[in-house]
Design a binder for this molecule. Structure first.
Ligand code: SAM
Ligand code: SF4
Length: 359
């Protein structure tokens, strides 16, 4: 499954050891920063540090998942080396994700090292919140600046259905722990699902208002074969906004967190309501990011199968970063112009799970 998700050309390059091309795929990175062939500057890396998770969210994973053997997963030292190479190439923001990043043993060691890298402005993390209660203080001390916490429902039974395993009370305690240690700008991530949580959008926004935090609603993306079709569950941004406007005044905001979300403010509150709308408002034109999976595959586009394997390079050249750097720069030449998720909702062409690529 995982190998099938890779572009055959990229696989053969990586299997034979990456050979930097004689003429660069793009000529726009002469200053040593990352610029793709459409002129987009890449300054943001999302790194998945594990494909494992203590939940099995129905939109993200199949019920039965086979996880990677340990030898095929980046070590924490390899993760650090990758991030270091990216920051040397002008990346200023790093998001650590997964799978569930907080189930990775010694994750705090890695975060602490990344936060100290020269050139890095922002280290942020996405989590399901299950381990936050015990880790919130240490995450802040390690230098994590912002947290995104996934929350699709406020009803315990429904939470168990959607996550298949999770305990809502634990996640809610995690959110409070993060607020208590002073994380500013906490943001909830809610995947919109028709018939599953669309009757709670207003309650979820009210929850965010009461806690003084932000919330972003995400249109479901067709990533991975989750064992059931997605077409019936798709819920679009415009309809969600209309629904929220029956209760709240939403004022469009020009604020951005450097990501694809478009924001609205609720007057008289601290809360911003964001929408990540890969179907209805494709954000590809301003894309500034690339992703590295837990097994070291560098994906320049979330909605596309082209990738370069960094792991063989890291292991073949343990003390020379030049081949790694060359591979990363080469990837700028294969970054797709954009994706079309809407076409793929029932028969995904991107066969890897979101937990593989990192959300
Ligand atoms: N386990 C962590 C969590 O749940 O926050 C981090 C990894 S998870 C893959 C990152 C984000 O991706 C979550 O907010 C999750 O809701 C979202 N996600 C997962 N599968 C998705 C899908 N098919 N479409 C849209 N968002 C998805
Ligand atoms: Fe795990 Fe996050 Fe995927 Fe849910 S969305 S299964 S918490 S990786």
């Amino acid at each position: 499954m995982r190998n099938e998700s890779l572009n055959p050309e990229a696989v053969s390059e990586s299997l034979s050891g990456f050979v930097p091309p004689t003429s660069p795929a793009t000529s726009k990175h002469a200053d040593g920063t990352l610029v793709d062939k459409y002129g987009r500057h890449v300054t943001y890396l999302r790194l998945s540090i594990t494909d494992r998770c203590d939940f099995r969210c129905t939109y993200c994973m199949a019920e039965e998942m086979t996880f990677l053997p340990r030898a095929q997963v980046l070590t924490l030292e390899e993760c650090l080396r990758i991030v270091q190479t990216f920051t040397a190439l002008g990346v200023t923001k790093v998001r650590i994700t997964g799978g569930e990043p907080l189930v990775r043993h010694n994750v705090l060691w890695l975060l602490d090292r990344i936060a100290r890298l020269q050139g890095l402005r922002e280290l942020v993390l996405t989590t399901n919140g299950s381990q936050l209660e015990r880790h919130a203080g240490a995450l802040r001390e390690a230098g994590v600046r912002r947290l995104n916490i996934s929350l699709d429902t406020l009803r315990p039974e429904r939470f168990r259905e959607i996550t298949r395993i999770g305990d809502l009370a634990k996640v809610l305690r995690g959110i409070d722990a993060a607020r208590a240690v002073g994380f500013g700008r906490l943001k909830l991530n809610t995947v919109m699902m028709r018939g599953r949580n669309d009757d709670e959008f207003i309650d979820l926004v009210q929850f965010a208002v009461d806690k003084g935090i932000d919330i972003a609603f995400i249109e479901e993306m067709p990533l991975g074969d989750i064992g059931h079709g997605r077409q019936g569950s798709y819920f679009g941004t415009e309809e969600a906004i209309a629904r929220l406007e029956t209760r709240f005044t939403l004022l469009p905001s020009t604020e951005s967190t450097g990501g694809p979300a478009r924001y609205w403010r609720i007057p008289g509150t601290e809360t911003r309501v964001g929408f990540i709308s890969p179907h209805s408002h494709n954000f590809c034109d301003s894309c500034n990011r690339v992703r590295v999976t837990a097994q070291g595959e560098l994906y320049p586009c979330l909605g596309n199968n082209d990738a370069i394997r960094l792991l063989p390079l890291l292991r073949a050249h343990p003390s020379d970063d030049a081949p790694l750097r060359a591979a990363i720069m080469h990837t700028m030449g294969i970054k797709a112009k954009g994706h079309d998720f809407t076409e793929q909702m029932n028969a995904p062409q991107v066969v890897r799970f979101m937990s593989m690529t990192g959300g």
